[in-house]
Each structure stands twice: as C-alpha cells, then as structure tokens.
Design a protein around this ligand. Structure first.
Ligand SMILES: Nc1ncnc2c1ncn2[C@@H]1O[C@H](COP(=O)(O)OP(=O)(O)OP(=O)(O)O)[C@@H](O)[C@H]1O
Ligand SMILES: [Mg+2]
Length: 357
C-alpha cells in the first residue's frame, strides 16, 4: 500500500473527510485517545510487537528502544506515542521536526530530558539536516557535541545525555534518510483500519461522548470513514449533531446516512470533491485517459488539489488509475456512480487491461 502521497493540502480547506486534524479535532482528540495498549483498537501486529518491546524493557528496568511510527495522518501515531510513555510510566516531551530548525534547539531539548523520558518527535522527516545529524549521535551514544564559537576557533563540547526513548512519527517513512531509520530499534507501520475496527472505534467514542448508537448506525459511519479513526470520530460528531437536532439523539442507520447525505459524504466516504473528479472523468472524458491539468480545469480546482487531495483516496479505493497516458477510471468507478461505460470504452482507447478485454 502506498500512502506516501496522502497529503491534505490547504487548498481543500477543512474537509469533513480530510485526514489531518482540524481545530475541533485537536480540542476533542485528547478526550478520545486510548490511554493504554489494551484500549488501542486494531493494528494487532503493531500492538503485539510493541507490547513485547515495552514489557521486556520494563522487566530489565531499562529505557525502551527508540520507536519509529509511520503511517498516514489520523491512524494513531500521536496516540501510540502517549501510550508508550504511559506504559513505561515515563514523562513525555512533545515536539516536532518543523519546530527544530537549528541543532541548538535540539540540544536544548535533549539536555533537559530526564532519565527514561519519552521524547516524541512528530513529523520527524521535516527536521533540518544539522539537527538530524545531532540526533544520530544522541540516539546511538546518548551524547551530543555542542559547538561553541564560530569558524576555525569553534570547539565541540561533548555533553552526556540521560538514556531516553525517542519516538519518531512520520507520514512519509520513505523520506527518512537511512542512517536515521536504522537507529530506531523498532519500527511500526500503521495500516488503514478495517470496517470492523472502525466500528469499535466509533462505539468506544460514542460511549465517551455519551451518545447512544446502534450496531448498524456505527457500521454506516465506519464504511464512510476512509479507514481512518480520526475521520470516524469526526463523522460521529457530525451525525450526533444531526441526531440531536432532527431526532431524539440516538444514532441509527437511517440517522447516520441522512446526516452524512447532508454533509455530502457518500457510502464509500467520497465527498463532493472526490465525486466531482470522478464524475468529470466519467461524464466528460468517457472514463479517460485524460491529462491531470485538463481534469483539474474541468472540475474547477487547482491541479495540486486534484492530484494531492482527491486522487490518493480514489486510487487507494481502486476507482481511478494514474497511467502514463493520463487518468483513467476503473470499472468500479462506473459502478459506484451508477453509470454505464460507453461501448467504445473497451475498444482500444488504452484501457484494455483495466477492462480485461
Ligand atoms: N487504534 C485506535 N483506537 C481508538 N482510537 C484511535 C486509534 N487510533 C487513533 N484513534 C483516534 O484517532 C484520533 C487521531 O489519532 P492520532 O492523533 O494519534 O493520529 P496521528 O497518526 O498522530 O495523526 P497525524 O499524522 O495527523 O499526527 C485520536 O483522537 C484517537 O482517539
Ligand atoms: Mg499526530
């Protein structure tokens, strides 16, 4: 699976199905975060492996190995970092790659860590090069060289650090330089969640938000959540609003689908932008192939918005393919929009392989 290109650009504004956290998410997410590994839903392999790593470290009375968490936005990286600290009964310090511009910024943080502390470095792929190089030594030898002075007179003063656990998070593991990747003792790849797992996330969150929801109501929301707990929680809040205003507050399947129809999130989690792109591709260009720029003009969006915001999910869902000749709709796209492919579709416009003819 390739989620390296899952980028939510500002161009798309605050989408209900966007995977990045908006202001409201940030405010409520703290309350919805699972607090320990047992509460963390899904990601079985990651959970099992991490459990072993942490238990073993605890049994040895040692600081846990450095952990790298990689995965698309909203899959639980920040949540897991906090769980790691909680499981180790260690304090956690939170910072991010973009916040560390100079090696000195990092030296200041590292030198103030307590023994056993968890340092969570979000968006670790966005750290500056000099800071990254300082981090190599800190991770391996628990030591940094602080450079004092400039030019030929500059001297490096070694500084011992207490043992600590670095938890790095990245949505783009591919962008990490190998020397950095290699210094993590354990790497967890977070996958998109299946519908059953998302249902559990929704039931759990509904409980915490004190909302009544039935099984089919939760399934309805789960199916539209694009494999992402953050989106599941956000859709749940919007459905809750609707249930409160239009009904008795209880979430059923009818309420969930009526609410999400209002917000234009369809059964598979496509929103207006996604559907607009697909519709243009099918109705105006007979399913393609069509160039990205032409497609973007047709939907009245920036090229980047179509490419970075709409397409990754459509590709992941198997509704659209990027080919050397342009964008092509798959047979599933025609089915999803309830349209019939034109006859010429299967006869020689570059889609042979896709249509199996
Ligand atoms: N496995 C899970 N079980 C229950 N809830 C989860 C799980 N994973 C994530 N969540 C919920 O989804 C929300 C988003 O998770 P989190 O902030 O950890 O994602 P992230 O991977 O750090 O995203 P980003 O890349 O944007 O920083 C949280 O509020 C959390 O409650
Ligand atoms: Mg995060």
């Amino acid at each position: 699976m390739n989620w390296d290109d899952t980028t939510d650009t500002d161009a798309a504004g605050d989408r209900l199905v966007g995977a990045s956290a908006d202001g409201e998410d940030q405010a409520v997410e703290a309350a919805l975060r699972p607090k320990d590994l047992g509460e963390f839903i899904g990601q079985e392999k990651v959970r099992e492996q991490l459990d072993l790593v942490l238990r073993a470290a605890r049994a040895r009375g040692a600081t846990a190995d450095h952990v790298l968490l990689s995965g698309a936005p909203g899959l639980g990286k920040t949540t897991l970092s906090m769980i790691i600290a909680a499981e180790m009964e260690a304090p956690i310090r939170i910072t991010s790659g973009p916040a560390i511009q100079h090696a000195g910024d990092l030296a200041a943080i590292l030198s103030s860590l307590q023994e056993g502390e968890v340092l969570f470095l979000d968006e670790i792929h966005r750290m500056s090069r000099p800071a990254e190089e300082m981090l190599y030594m800190a991770m391996e030898d628990f030591r940094v060289d602080v450079i004092v002075g400039k030019g030929p007179g500059a001297t490096a003063i070694p500084l011992e650090l207490p043992p600590f656990t670095l938890v790095g998070a990245t949505t783009r593991a591919g962008l990490l330089p190998p020397p950095l990747r290699d210094r993590f003792g354990f790497t967890a790849h977070m996958e998109f969640y299946g519908p059953a797992e998302l249902e559990r996330v929704i039931h759990r969150s509904a409980g915490l938000l004190d909302v009544e929801i039935d099984t089919v109501g939760a399934a309805e929301i789960a199916g539209r959540s694009r494999g992402t707990p953050r989106i599941a929680n956000r859709l749940l809040r919007r459905v809750r609003d609707y249930a409160q205003v239009k009904a008795d507050g209880r979430i059923t399947q009818e309420i969930a689908s009526a609410a999400l129809a209002v917000y234009e999130v369809d059964e598979r989690g496509l929103d207006r932008l996604d559907r607009g792109v697909l519709e243009a591709l099918l109705k105006l260009f007979g399913g393609g192939p069509v160039g990205l720029s032409t497609l973007a003009v047709a939907v009245g969006e920036e090229r980047e918005t179509v490419e970075e915001v709409a397409e990754p999910f459509l590709v992941r869902e198997g509704l659209l393919a990027r080919t050397p000749r342009g964008r092509v709709a798959t047979p599933a796209a025609w089915v999803h929009l309830g349209l019939t492919p034109p006859r010429s579709q299967s006869s020689g416009n570059g889609q042979r392989d896709l249509f199996g003819t």
